[in-house]
Structures are given as C-alpha cells and as structure tokens.
Design a binder for this molecule. Structure first.
Ligand code: SAH
Length: 200
C-alpha cells in the first residue's frame, strides 16, 4: 500500500456484516477510519513484520488491513461463526491464503501471545463491561494495544490502562458513522465520537 487513501479504498471493498447481531454489538469500522488508525500504527512500526491479533474481528477490516500493510501473521478472533464466514470470503477474495489463523470463540478464551492487538471491540452499550473483557485480554497477550472506544468512556480507558501498567502514547479521534444497520435506528446515519487509544 502506497498511501492511506489506497488502503482505505481497498478496505472499502470488503464485505461487511450481513445481519448484524445487536447483542454482540456488531458495527463495522468505517474503511477510512480503519485505514487512518492502521496507517498511524504502521508509521510507528507496529505492523510490518509483527504478529497481530484482531480481537472481535467481525468481518476482518482491521486484521486484513494489517496484512495488507505487511503484518507477519494475524489472528482473527470472534465468537460469531456467521461473521467468520464473511471474513473467510474476504480473505479468499483477496487471495490471502497464509499468514493468518481464525479463532472461533470468546476473546476471554484466546491465549496466543502476539506483538500487537488491534481491536474495535463492543463498546459495552449492550453488554456491560464487554469492552473491559477485551482490554484485559489485550493487555495480557500483547505489548502494544490499539483499541477503539467511545470518547466519553476515556476516563475508564485511562484507569484500566494505568491499572495494567500501560501508558497511553497516542489518541486518535474519529467521528464514527453508525449506518442504519439495526431496525431501531431512526435516522439514516448517526455519528458517535470514538477515540483510538494506543497503549504500551
Ligand atoms: N472489529 C470489527 C467488528 C467490530 S463489532 C470491525 O472493526 O469492523 C464487534 C465484534 O466483536 C463483533 O463481530 C462481535 O461478534 C464480536 N464479539 C462481541 N463479543 C465478543 C466476545 N466476547 N468474544 C469474541 N468476539 C466478540
């Protein structure tokens, strides 16, 4: 990938959730935002040649982007077999055959050590503390953790990272378009302020 916009275009072609599961908070990361975060990480040396886990990978936009940017290996982790089928289609469409493994199960049951975690976990609005489980797992398996959270939950992210001896080195703010994927959404596109935290 020669530029961030080239990466964003490639990621925009991936298949997304077919019927998002509300309880599992299945919202895809927007391709521009995924490219923005991955590009920043790549500049910091967190992608090329690294073993990476994409926790709550959904259809795989973050992990696939990492592979496109030269990751050595990506672990895709999600509890939902249906989204993992779409992930597999995305990987097959791109002709990616190696350098990845798929773990179907809860993040709490995933125990591979990696260099970096990139994750856009559930924000914990449907299942309380869902984001906490993801962060604790990420801290236990990786030195560098890059995780998306609602900006309003900043104090919680700061506290939990401090508790685990992690320093927040970077914060990247994004305005997340939440497309009308759920029946109960009234307006077509809502936006929610989200921060991507890089913790070391
Ligand atoms: N990372 C993807 C998807 C974000 S949505 C993207 O950026 O587009 C959150 C994902 O977490 C969903 O795919 C959901 O199935 C998964 N998930 C929710 N709780 C989980 C758990 N406990 N263990 C593993 N995956 C989980």
């Amino acid at each position: 990938m020669n530029s961030k916009s080239q990466l964003a275009i490639a990621l925009s072609k991936l298949k997304a959730f077919v019927k998002p599961n509300v309880k599992l908070e299945q919202y895809p990361t927007d391709s521009e935002i995924a490219a923005g975060a991955l590009w920043n990480l790549a500049l910091l040396g967190d992608i090329e040649g690294k073993a990476i886990a994409d926790l709550g990978c959904g259809t795989g936009i973050l992990g696939i982007g990492a592979l496109m940017m030269g990751a050595k290996k990506v672990w895709f982790v999600d509890v939902d077999a249906k989204v993992l089928e779409v992930l597999k289609e995305n990987l097959d469409d791109l002709g990616i055959e190696e350098d990845y493994e798929i773990f179907k199960g809860k993040v709490s049951d995933f125990n591979e050590k990696v260099d970096v975690v990139v994750q856009n976990p559930p924000f914990g609005t449907k299942q309380e503390h869902a984001d906490k489980v993801f962060l604790e797992k990420a801290f236990s398996i990786a030195d560098v953790v890059c995780s998306f959270h609602k900006t309003v939950t900043r104090v919680f992210v700061e506290a939990i990272s401090a508790d685990h001896g992690k320093e927040i080195t970077h914060r990247w703010d994004f305005s997340f378009p939440l497309k009308q994927t759920q029946k109960f959404h009234k307006s077509k596109i809502r936006r929610v302020e989200v921060t991507c935290f890089r913790m070391v």
